[in-house]
Write a protein that binds this ligand. Sequence first.
Ligand SMILES: [Fe+2]
Length: 169
Amino acid sequence: MTNPLDLLTEQHQHGLRELDRLDAALSRVQTSGNLAAELATIRQAVTFLDTEVRQHNQIEEDHLFPVLEATAPGGPIGVMLDEHRELWAALDALQNSLRKLAARSTDEAARDLLLREGLHICDLLRNHIAKEENILFPSARECLTPSQLERISWAMEGEASEEYKRRDT
Ligand SMILES: [Fe+2]
């Protein structure tokens, strides 16, 4: 069995590459002022965050965080959950600004919000992933039992087959 923590780490690496793409697109908008040229890349990143990162975070919240919290109550899990919530609030704001820009592409306030929230997401999620990789996952590797690891694997396979079914229809 592949260690599900390795799969979650692979997803972190994938996430960081997507954030680099989003960050680069937002920086180009800042320097060129040409938002229209970057909208497809920005929308792609939003879809990635809304689907794959959302699933990833749910697996962590359902199957990883409770075990770690039980092992070390009052540890960093509360902060991790707060950061997940902060990410979804920022993504909501970003999606809102995209909707406003779709209705009126010259909406300056929506454009400013899009840049601010987009860059905030890049910053937040990079730091969050670094904390998980440097603090959380090493302690998870120490304390998770084989049956707890197996449960995470099942959950991830379940999500993957659900996703497969959705794509198939
Ligand atoms: Fe994560």
